[in-house]
Design a protein around this ligand. Structure first.
Ligand SMILES: *Cc1c(COP(=O)(O)O)cnc(C)c1O
Length: 481
């Protein structure tokens, strides 16, 4: 595919499929080698020592490419009758081998005096479960720079529990605007009401606005970023945002909702953040058949706090869902690469359609106000991400809800549904659906226009999807006001 044509000849070349498929693997691997930033506890040991002589199923296998490591980390067939894949442990509680062991496991689980700091061992399925731990260990092998993971029964329970665990009473949060609707509601309505925690949404993709907001904040406990943001795909400079937040308050925690790009195309820990969050319902699950969430950290203490809140509030993922995700994470690299490759083809077809006046897709910003704005966004995207992902936003002409609805109602293959990151292509109208709880002022300020559609490209043939979407765009009439 070296001759891949870009959307418009003036634009910097979009990354060809070759880059996404091959070089990117190398690039990510280089960034993530143990010496780069955060490594495993065995950084100083040789590869043989770690992986051949002392190889443990708990080892995140950092010397291997993440797409390899995720297949081997977290489980060993010796643990379950040589079964190559783990069974589902539908067990609420686990038998201790002695009373002393039970005592020790509780000391570890509750951080009581006399605990040796080791992982607690299996106790009770609200605390831990083999399927949950297998999934969490696999995620650590996949997420560059991470050391600890906790799984949750939804993205929202991961986000809300993490904020409750880590933000002090009277704390203040600055967050990306637009941000996921559930996160917005939790920060805006529930945090002040129940926790005394206040927050302010800002356009974090605008570095000057971000700098000013951080400088002017009366205090700053958390900087909560979503990049690329949903649905506009606006990109925030994570490294810059982190350094500004830490300059304001060295104890400020930087959290990134990495649902759109990660763990394949964006690794926020490499830019210094403290917490990475996922709705695993989306790309990580990848098949529109489960709801789940994940939190990752590099610091043990942070995860211990999050884990204590999970244990006591009780949002635990079921063993069945954890098992399904354990299967999904083995293919997430493959799926996201292929989906991105297909999205590049569909984006290029959409950009050429006369009814598309704007196309927002990482690396190619058609209809952007100026060449300069486009160049700045493209440079940041190249620095921060290793691929395009497979989310596209378009604005149609006329820029009206009616014209956008015409497209949605005329599609024959792509599904009209919210959610994203699945095997099937999903299209929705953010202004009347996912983002309808935002004020008109906020919608306008964020560029969530009446004629905007958000598209998540699946694993179908890109030719079929392009044909379907272009055909639906053809149905728009000039007078659809
Ligand atoms: C879907 C989504 C969430 C919420 O996750 P659930 O699994 O639905 O609870 C959070 N952030 C982003 C970016 C999302 O797309």
């Amino acid at each position: 595919m070296s001759g891949t044509k870009c959307y418009d000849d003036e634009m910097p070349p979009c990354p060809g499929i070759d880059k996404v498929m091959e070089e990117q693997e190398e690039e990510v691997f280089k960034k993530s080698s143990p010496s780069a930033s955060v490594g495993s506890e065995q950084d100083s040991a040789s590869w043989e020592q770690v992986h051949i002589q002392e190889r443990s199923y708990k080892d995140p296998l950092r010397e291997l490419h993440p797409s390899t490591a995720v297949i081997y980390a977290g489980y060993h067939s010796n643990l379950s009758e040589q079964a190559i894949k783990p069974p589902i442990f539908k067990s609420s509680t686990f038998v201790f081998s002695s009373a002393e062991e039970g005592e020790l496991f509780f000391k570890r689980a509750y951080g009581l005096e006399g605990n040796d700091g080791k992982a607690p061992g299996l106790v009770y399925s609200r605390l831990n479960n083999p399927n949950t731990e297998i999934l969490e260990d696999k995620m650590v092998s996949l997420e560059q720079g991470s050391r600890y993971c906790n799984a949750f029964p939804s993205g929202m329970s991961a986000i809300s529990t993490t904020i409750m665990a880590l933000v002090p009473t009277n704390g203040h949060i600055l967050y990306t605007n637009p941000v996921y609707g559930g996160t917005y509601f939790f920060l805006k309505d529930m945090c002040p009401e129940r926790l005394g925690v206040t927050s302010e949404g800002i356009d974090t993709s605008n570095s000057e606005k971000l700098r000013t907001a951080i400088e002017q904040a009366h205090r700053l406990d958390v900087l909560y970023l979503e990049s690329p943001a949903n649905p506009t795909l606006s990109i925030t400079d994570i490294a810059l945002a982190t350094s500004l937040a830490k300059a304001k308050n060295p104890n400020c925690l930087v959290m990134v909702d990495n649902t759109f790009m990660g763990p394949v195309f964006q690794s926020p820990f490499l830019f210094g953040v403290d917490v990475v969050l996922y709705s695993a319902t989306k790309f990580i699950g990848g098949h529109s058949d489960l709801i789940a969430g994940l939190v990752l950290t590099k610091e043990k203490d942070l995860m211990a706090k999050i884990n204590a809140y999970r244990t006591i509030l009780g949002p635990v993922i079921s063993p069945d869902t954890a098992w399904m995700l354990t299967r999904s994470v083995e293919t997430v690299w493959l799926r996201m690469e292929r989906q991105a490759q297909k999205a590049q083809k569909v984006a290029s077809d959409l950009a050429a359609h006369p009814r598309v006046t704007k196309l927002l897709f990482p690396g190619s910003y058609v209809g952007e106000s100026s060449n300069m704005a486009r160049a700045v966004k493209t440079e940041l995207w190249q620095r921060q991400c290793t691929g395009t992902g497979s989310m596209i936003a378009i604005v149609v002409r006329p820029n009206t809800r009616k014209a956008a609805f015409t497209v949605l109602n005329a599609m024959k293959i792509a599904h009209l549904a919210v959610s994203l990151g699945s095997t099937e292509t999903l299209v929705e109208h953010p202004r009347s659906m996912t983002h309808s709880d935002m004020t008109v002022e906020d919608l306008d300020a964020c560029g969530i226009e009446e004629g905007m559609l958000r598209i998540s490209i699946g694993l179908e043939s890109s030719k079929d999807i392009s044909k379907d979407l272009l055909g639906a765009l053809d149905m728009i009439q000039d007078d659809e006001n």
